[in-house]
Design a binder for this molecule. Structure first.
Ligand code: FAD
Ligand code: DLZ
Length: 510
């Protein structure tokens, strides 16, 4: 009896559950570049190139380890256009009697796979993806009976159950969370380490040519492609992060700076999500840096919280909430996405920076995603479906399990507050405090109304006034609604008029 073992483009880990009991003498691994996956949204060119290049290198490594691999390239003359068809052809060619696969990271594909046993006439074993700290059952147990889901409680549970950054039963250093030490803006004279650049080898260059030829009309630049696409390259990127950027990661975690898309961030999410790095080893390396005295606790705790806390929590929410999560529109947001999200052409310097980095690198750091592009979409009342699709397209790390809750729940509050206690809405002054963008902007962040005023200012108050029926009952919004009440009604009226005129111009009339 031989098995066919399907490895998806974001499962490139030799320890993935679908390969755990592989018999190299009998079994075959199937990997397939297929149109369906490359186009179910019009992914950034770098994302497709990254996935295909990493898939090809992973397949080569498996073959070198003596494992038989059937690999379909997107430019093979005879090829399947979907994963199911690729499996059907491979089953018939190998005579395998069953298919083994690790569950995919999206409901879309999982639901498709659940029909494969009937459609293909062989047994299909879908195994849990154990690359995470928390299983589905673990998160369900955590969520059971709770009225509200909050990352912080889940994170503390995870610290205790893994023992990461713990002194016995107590958190290392005595506090669970050092977030209050992690909100500095960047000093003018700070030296920022450069990001390691991986030079594409021949195999990656062939993929880049393929993507340029086949997906030239997709979003994003390809010429700056510098992602590591092998396990060895990913480990080197992790090393550089731990030594060069982790020590300052905490303090400047929320900072933004013109022309500096990476600041002290790890830039590891695409590598972790695709399987080239394991979240466990990333956290262990960070913890070791703290124990060795090479990085301070506020940095290491802040970093580990992102992975052990946020990443696991977000994934738990995605699977807990089911395939319809994403269809709610709690704030009744209906405007279309402005064109500048695709072109980067806008007079707002902060949006230009965030979208420019996104085009150039298929990357923007968390605060740009949340407080610039996300905040604008929230304030402007952009249709959640359009915003979700944009985020799924434009980032090299975007898979629905992680993208959707971050966009729908965290950035847009479109789920009505499943895990965020209030919307992350902010006026221009937040962006001014955390960045140097406003100094070079054509708008004036100090002005609240009029043609020179920063649009984030009047959009903020328009958002607050527009959503009074949805948000005024939220205790965490009480102060803001008190301020609105105290404001001169004429001033509120002017801000709302400015907001309507601006939105009609950038989004089209609602
Ligand atoms: P760092 O800031 O250095 O953080 C370290 C690691 O923590 C990241 O590599 C990532 O694995 C993890 N992490 C941090 N924050 C989160 C979070 N909120 N959710 C999950 N993991 C987190 N992350 C994705 O991996 N894919 C996405 O599609 C994605 N979409 C997002 C959309 C929005 C609107 C927002 C607000 C956040 C999104 N994030 C997403 C989370 C976060 O912005 C990225 O993980 C982070 O910017 C990746 O860059 P980094 O590796 O430099 O992260
Ligand atoms: C993102 C992606 C792309 C662009 N192409 C492929 C592909 O051709 N073959 C494949 O196996 N996987 C690809 N992927 C990753 C899948 O889309 C991903 O496995 C699902 O979205 C589930 O997370």
């Amino acid at each position: 009896m031989s098995a066919l073992r399907l490895v998806l483009g974001d499962q490139l880990d030799r320890q993935i559950s679908s390969l755990s009991d592989i018999d190299p003498a009998a079994d075959t691994v199937l990997m397939a570049e297929v149109e369906d996956e490359a186009t179910y949204v019009r992914h950034h060119k770098q994302k497709i190139a990254f996935v295909f290049a990493a898939m090809r290198h992973f397949a080569r490594d498996l073959e070198e380890a003596g494992i038989s691999v059937r690999y379909q390239r997107l430019d093979d003359r005879k090829r399947a256009s979907s994963l199911k068809e690729a499996v059907r052809i491979a089953l018939s060619a190998t005579g395998a009697s069953c298919l083994v696969v690790t569950e995919p990271g999206e409901w879309r594909l999982l639901q498709d796979m659940q029909d494969w046993e009937d459609d293909l006439g062989v047994s299909v074993e879908i195994r849990e993806d154990d690359r995470f700290f928390a299983s589905h059952a673990h998160f369900e147990r955590h969520a059971k009976g709770r009225k509200t889901l909050r990352m912080e409680y889940f994170y503390r549970e995870m610290r205790k159950s893994t023992g990461i950054l713990m002194d016995g039963n107590e958190p290392a250093g005595g506090e669970w969370n050092y977030d209050k030490e992690n909100r500095e803006s960047l000093p003018d004279d700070i030296d920022l380490p450069s990001l390691p650049q991986s030079r594409p080898d021949e195999m990656t260059r062939a993929v880049i040519d393929l993507v340029e030829a086949r997906f030239s009309d997709h979003f994003g630049d390809l010429h700056g492609f510098a992602w590591p696409v092998t396990r060895r390259g990913a480990l080197a990127a992790l090393d550089r992060f731990i030594t060069e950027r982790l020590p300052s990661f905490g303090t400047y975690q929320d900072a933004m700076a013109g022309g500096e898309p990476f600041v002290f961030h790890a830039v590891l999410s695409p590598l972790i999500n695709i399987g080239l790095l394991r979240p466990q080893e990333v956290c262990e390396r960070a913890e070791q840096a703290y124990k060795d005295g090479d990085a301070p606790l506020n940095a290491v705790e802040g970093f580990i919280r992102q992975i052990l806390g946020w990443r696991e929590f977000i994934r738990g929410i995605y699977w807990l909430k089911g395939p319809n999560y994403g269809s709610e529109n709690a704030l009744d947001a209906r405007r279309p996405l402005p064109d500048f999200y695709w072109t980067g052409e806008t007079d707002l310097a902060c949006l230009g920076e965030a979208i420019g980095a996104t085009k150039a690198h298929a990357y923007a750091h968390h605060i740009q995603r949340l407080m610039v592009t996300g905040n604008f979409a929230l304030l402007a009342g952009i249709d959640p479906r359009a915003v979700q699709e944009w985020y799924l397209i434009v980032y090299a790390d975007a898979y629905e399990w992680v993208e959707l809750p971050n966009v729908h729940g965290m950035a847009l509050f479109a789920d009505g507050g499943v895990f965020a206690s209030k919307p992350y809405a902010a006026s221009g002054s937040y962006i001014d405090r955390m960045s140097d963008y406003c100094g070079g902007c054509r708008f004036d962040v100090k002005q609240k109304t009029g043609p020179e005023a920063c649009p984030f200012n009047y959009l903020y108050w328009d958002f607050i006034a527009r959503n009074e029926s949805h948000l005024a009952g939220n205790r965490r919004m009480a102060m803001i609604y008190k301020s609105l009440e105290r404001m001169d009604p004429d001033k509120v009226q002017t801000m709302r008029k400015d907001a309507a005129a601006f939105l009609d111009e950038v989004c089209g009339t609602n």
